[in-house]
Design a protein around this ligand. Sequence first.
Ligand SMILES: Cc1cc2nc3c(=O)[nH]c(=O)nc-3n(C[C@H](O)[C@H](O)[C@H](O)COP(=O)(O)O)c2cc1C
Length: 546
Amino acid sequence: MTEKRAYPDLHEHLDALRAKGLVHTIDRPIDKDSELHPLVRWQFVGGMAESERKAFLFTNVVDGRGRKYSMPVLVGAIAANRDIYAVGMGVPLEKIPATWDHAVAHPIAPRVVERAVCQEVILEGAALQGEGNGLDRLPIPISTPGFDAAPTLTATNVITCDPETGVQNMGTYRAALKATDRLVVRMATRVGGAGGYQHYLKHQQKGEKWMPCAIVLGCPPCVAFVGPQKMPIGVDEFTVAGGLVGAPINVVKARTVDLLVPAEAEIVIEGFIDTEYCEPEAPFGESHGHIALEEFNMPMRVTAITHRRNPIVLSYISQVTPSESSVMKRVAYEPLFLSHLRGVLGIKGVKHVSLHEPLTALRRVVLVTYEQGTQRSEIWRGLYGAAAFKSDTGKICVAVNDDVHPDNADGLLWAISYRANPAEDIQILGHRGLGHGPRREHGKKEDATLLIDATMKEPMPPLALPKEEYMARARSIWAVCGLPPLRPQLPWHGSVVGDWLPEWDEAAKRAVLGRYLENGLISAAQRKKGVKPETKFRPPAKGERE
Ligand SMILES: Cc1cc2nc3c(=O)[nH]c(=O)nc-3n(C[C@H](O)[C@H](O)[C@H](O)COP(=O)(O)O)c2cc1C
């Protein structure tokens, strides 16, 4: 029914995930209100490695009233982990940053098609009224049972249009179900928040009470990925999605609002946002790790729900990080930071940028990794650049060397402990916006920025772990002995870098061959009278020894 395309829709993506063994299918009845998200949550809090996470397809969904739904629910299918994200992108993991760079630099306009699978079933008028109809037909899960006040759409691409320029925006914003034909949408009002909110303000300024809006559920992955991506205001995210796949995205005119929606979407909820009245929304579990409490947000009157004949209801697992939401944002945001520091600011020595994920939810802690020996002024330029790039990201920016793995917060504290002198290597800058955080974070209007240079100020001795060859050998012995399974954590071995001499390497080689007595003879020859214990000693190079 839909025109040819160069990208998979959600059904094809699910097939690709299945083929790679990346889906758990749960056929037993699962209550979407109290069981579904907690079940998926276990793979984020159950001590599993990121690589072990999978998508969950629920084929037998019931609700708190005991009602059965025919539509399946899919969670984790866009970004339960990076492997799943890479399948959706259609490129290997290591090519994702370059794919994002290319897409942003080479946007492709969407193609308008006449007929689309997302409009195979159309619900309007009476079909939106009464229990079991309209939004109440959809198995929308509750994300944080015990705290959330409503089933909430999470895997959204919310489309609005700039009433002045006619350019559309598409962002991932949550929307709480309030009636069979009413939702409340939450668009962040902070600087650097939701692009859709800027459209809301413009409609208000023009005295227009109703803002057309389409909430798309279950986009083709390339379109889903641009929802949370941080694009400058005025960029139509459809063009970036086209850039991701190197071809136009098929779009179709929505039925009751003047907006273009992805032709291959699973479900589209069309309607109008009230720019005059707001309605309380939440509590809802937020990505900053606290429950968002009730706030006034934007009610949307639903005018149509369109969907495929066999739609899949997509839901993202968010709240405390790591989560599907944070994987999706992290993979998309980190390349933007790196391109900004390297490409725009031309900072020398930057190897990568990492947004710290567990609990801090990416926006608060930014790690900039530098080559060892990078000039101090470049390190600080990079820290200032990382802190200023996005208004809501980079409250704490730390410069490290690449012997510190960015996902190892213990390693980070180790580097700060031994490589940073608080009097010289720390700066606090004022005037940061509060960013995305619990509303009652503190009573102030502004936050500040903490910058730490935790790089080595001079070459330092190697990490005090056995060299890789010895750890690898021991690992095979471990396996042969039938000891419990290992989950190696970086760093798990030392390497010859930094302040280390060939003479010490030779001595270490002799020692593992049991020839330590030779080392004793060498050190005996260097005995010296009258030196204070703990005085530094450097063995003479081979030719200099008598
Ligand atoms: C699962 C998930 C839920 C999100 N919920 C919201 C939300 O409710 N409101 C919001 O403004 N941003 C939310 N975001 C972040 C936005 O999607 C992100 O800031 C994006 O840049 C918005 O696009 P825009 O800049 O075009 O508005 C969410 C992101 C994800 C991945």
